[in-house]
Design a protein around this ligand. Structure first.
Ligand code: NAP
Length: 551
């Protein structure tokens, strides 16, 4: 386990790999396509070839993307004026029906999406399912619950209340759809789900979408939008996509526009700094999520086994590239050895390589730049933590380790429980986690909170009292808590899986945003207005409005 020898050997290895990655010739496939953007109702290419999208298994170029020279102000105007006007002529249920049609169309071409996800994101089938099937499921879900809003054009929040001695003077909260454009900026790790989980809610609200996928994996998003546009499912201007860098996109936003951003905390800071104050912004940023094993969970108990299985699944699913993945593994100090051994035993069965090979259970990370960032993160963690598991890279199957963006699953063990320790503030966005032993319950809750605000935490215990105590202790610093007693050990949906019916987002470094949450998510795309009027006027308004809480 760990120690100075391991650290030195690791430095030599990653030093070699970084050198090889930077000097390796990047094979330019002659048939690499240039991704066009769909803006202002037409497909348009940037003025240059732009940035490459690669196959992370070998670095070969699959496509190029550039936004150079595209008129983004005109694109936003078109979305607002044409897309917004057309969408808002429809009722919620009509727009919900469109979402259902998009889901059906996407479902017919699943194999194509899986193939792109494998080539451009290095996804195994299971990884691609989270992204692709997750997006189709989310669209279907909003098609279903959106239909219940019926023929309305506005939302209603609660009932009318009397405001004065005169009973006829009343107040009612109403949500009016924004008449701007929704700009959706997405991270590289969910090109399909990121696109549709945002677009489903926005389109249902009646707000046109201009989606900006991360350049490195934009291919899948672009092909999906292409399919939907070609099928003519949406009114003109309702859905646009920008491939390539964001360029001056955000400079042209104004009141009644909205930005939903998903990505790193650093980019989130830049966006917050640069954007006009009258543009509403939702931020989904990074997060050092924890899984907590309760003191009652002895080695060999059901909670112990469910916990270990979940940690391993979260470390290896999508090669650890999930914003919700478990990064910190909090365990009672007396079982720290047993937990570490059990995780290491499971990690040693992981087969890393090209997902085209059916024996592979974990693919590469998205590209060599990301691999380098992870390797630097691993080095930083080594300053303070011991290595518990770190296999040799020669185990890569079906690919050449040096050319691809492969990172083996890596487990650390740290005694750190101070807020400033790297394990609590450094997001290593790959198959990397750290076991952190805790002394007692108070210590466990304090250490979990050292993450500075997280998207999700899970707690494993056979003691309902402990689970409810943890819920309260962790509630203020987390967006979602998965409380696992053995009764749901096999049936829960997973620590890292975001569900459309529940809110996604977290406080503090996680960005402070809220997405999804069923119809609750619609409020981000509506202006909530306190209407004061006579009972007659308010009931006329209320007749045009649907109550989303009645879903
Ligand atoms: P990133 O580098 O922050 O990029 C995210 C998106 O922002 C990309 O589309 C990027 O475009 C765009 N962007 C970059 N600079 C910008 C700017 N100045 N103005 C406007 N847009 C800008 O993040 P990433 O590397 O793609 O994704 C990984 C990160 O996302 C991780 O930290 C992960 O935790 C986080 N994440 C969070 C969630 C969540 O729901 N909270 C979900 C997934 C991922 P280009 O690609 O063209 O540069």
């Amino acid at each position: 386990m760990g120690g100075a020898l391991g650290r030195a050997a690791f430095r030599i290895l990653i030093g070699d790999c970084i050198d090889m990655a930077t000097t390796a010739e990047n094979p330019l496939a002659t048939d690499a396509k240039v991704l066009q953007s769909y803006l202002g109702g037409k497909w348009q290419a940037g003025a240059e070839r732009g940035a490459p999208l690669v196959n992370p298994c070998d670095g070969s170029v699959l496509a190029w993307a550039s936004s150079q020279g595209l008129d983004l102000k005109a694109a936003l105007d078109y979305s607002r004026n044409v897309g917004g006007t057309e969408l808002r002529k429809l009722t919620y249920s009509q727009r919900a029906e469109l979402l259902g049609k998009i889901a059906d169309l996407l479902a017919t071409r699943r194999d194509q999406w899986y193939e792109i996800a494998r080539k451009n994101s290095g996804n195994t089938k299971a990884d691609a399912a989270i992204d692709v099937d997750g997006s189709i499921g989310t669209l279907k879900y909003f098609a279903k619950i959106g239909a219940k809003l019926g023929d309305a054009h506005m939302l209603r929040d609660g009932s009318a209340v009397r405001l004065a001695r005169d009973q006829n003077f009343q107040g009612l909260h109403v949500g009016v759809p924004l008449d701007g454009v929704a700009v959706h900026i997405n991270a590289f790790n969910f090109p399909a789900w990121g696109l549709w989980e945002k677009a489903a809610v926005s389109l249902l609200a009646g707000v046109p979408v201009l989606s900006k996928p991360a350049t490195s994996t934009a291919w899948l998003a672009q092909e999906m939008v292409h399919a939907v546009i070609d099928a003519g499912l949406l009114p003109p201007g309702a859905l646009s996509i920008l491939c390539g860098s964001p360029s001056d996109l955000l400079d042209h936003l104004r009141l009644s526009d909205a930005v939903a951003f998903t990505g790193s905390a650093q980019t989130a800071r830049e966006i917050r700094k640069g954007i006009r104050e009258d543009v509403r912004v939702n931020i989904e940023a990074d997060s050092l999520n924890a899984a907590l094993l309760a003191p009652d969970a002895k080695s060999g108990s059901p909670s112990f086994d469910f916990f270990v299985r979940e940690v391993v699944r979260e470390m290896t699913s999508k090669a650890g590239q999930k914003c919700t993945a478990i990064r910190r593994v909090l365990v009672p100090s007396e079982v720290a050895d047993a937990v570490t051994e059990a995780i290491v035993a499971a990690l040693s069965t992981v087969v890393v390589g090209d997902p085209a090979n059916s024996t592979v259970t974990m693919g590469p990370v998205v590209n060599t730049a990301q691999r380098k960032s992870i390797e630097e993160g691993i080095e930083a963690l080594m300053q303070q933590a011991e290595v518990s598991y770190w296999p040799a890279k020669s185990t890569v199957v079906g690919a050449t380790a040096e050319r691809g963006a492969f990172v083996p699953p890596t487990l650390f063990r740290s005694a750190a429980s101070s807020w400033g320790d790297p394990v609590h503030h450094l997001e290593v966005f790959g198959p990397v986690a750290t076991v952190v032993p805790y002394r007692d319950k108070a210590d466990a809750f304090a250490v979990a909170r050292h993450g500075g605000g997280s998207l999700a935490a899970s707690v494993f215990s056979g003691d309902t009292g402990f689970l409810t105590e943890a819920a309260v202790a962790l509630g203020t610093t987390h967006g979602r808590l998965l409380l696992v007693d053995p009764a749901i050990g096999d049936s829960h949906t997973g620590h890292g899986i975001v569900l459309p019916s529940l809110m996604h987002g977290g406080p503090g470094r996680a960005g402070g945003g809220e997405e999804l949450g069923g119809l609750h998510g619609l409020w981000f795309y509506h202006q909530r207005v306190a209407m004061q009027a006579s009972a007659t006027t308010l009931s006329a308004l209320a007749e045009q409005a649907a109550d989303p809480s009645a879903e």
